[in-house]
Design a protein around this ligand. Structure first.
Ligand SMILES: [Zn+2]
Length: 260
């Protein structure tokens, strides 16, 4: 499929998926998307989850989460870039380098807001479990009752002095609301884009570091399980990595369209 045709397909799907009730009076996080930050989990000396699978020739292969997340994230970033040339797309890493969790969120937070625009943060991971039968994808968002201190955060990181004049509670409410909408867009895009056999484990809440310290709507996507042998064999194929990348890009596109 040509990249133009793929954009037409992706944007029409995004328009179908775009939804959620937006705040009547946007403060910041529900402004039109100006910047998309995609964060391939792990890298360098941190391999993430390690899985093994046996191919049809009986050969055993070791797979690192960091390689799978990078491959998926690169497809997603390129798809958003091609389809939305007016939006800035940033990868926290585009090669096999180590980045601390703090470096990932600092990078995302330090990107200046484009006037009248919002930023979103998508972290890409692959799951692992001691329960070998566990499979499928899930979307994590920050716990709803988590309260951030935007007075110091936004002032220090982005110079958004005028924003801090708003009540901290208003900003927290808008962020929580938009976290929910972003998570919905991602889960429905993956559900519709991936093969029916891939299990949808839904939206979950946590206080994962990147969700807590990225001061913008953020989700962490667990794209599948390295500990599930068949799923891992699928996750290492460029075809499925591409499918996952486009699925993520479609979720991001749904979010972009919802806020246009
Ligand atoms: Zn991970």
């Amino acid at each position: 499929m040509s990249s133009r045709l793929r954009c037409v397909w992706m944007i029409s799907m995004a328009l179908l998926l775009a939804g959620g009730i937006l705040p009547a009076q946007p403060i910041l996080f529900s402004y039109p998307v100006g910047t998309v930050i995609i964060d391939p989990g792990h890298g360098g000396r941190d391999p993430g989850a390690v899985g093994t699978y046996t191919d049809e020739q009986g050969q055993i292969h070791e797979v690192y989460e960091k390689d799978v997340t990078l491959a998926i994230a690169e497809v997603a970033a390129e798809a958003v870039r091609v389809c939305y040339p007016d939006i800035d797309v940033v990868l926290t890493r585009d090669d096999d380098t180590y980045l601390s969790l703090g470096a990932r969120t600092s990078l995302a937070n330090s990107i200046p807001y484009r006037e009248g625009h919002s930023k979103v943060f998508i972290s890409v991971h692959v799951n692992a479990s001691s329960v070998k039968s566990a499979s499928g994808f899930e979307i994590w968002k920050l716990e709803s009752d988590h309260v951030k201190d935007f007075y110091t955060a936004l002032l220090r990181e982005s110079g958004l002095v005028h924003i801090t004049e708003r009540l901290n509670t208003e900003l927290n409410e808008e962020l929580d609301h938009m976290n929910g909408i972003l998570a919905e867009h991602m889960v429905s895009a993956l559900e519709i884009s991936l093969p029916e056999a891939v299990r949808n484990r839904g939206i979950k809440e946590s206080q994962f570091y990147v969700l807590t310290y990225a001061h913008m709507p953020a989700v962490l996507v667990e794209t599948g399980f390295m500990s599930h042998e068949q799923e891992l064999a699928q996750l290492v194929t460029p075809l499925y990595q591409e499918q996952l990348g486009y699925a993520l890009a479609s979720g991001i596109a749904a979010h972009i369209e919802a806020l246009r």
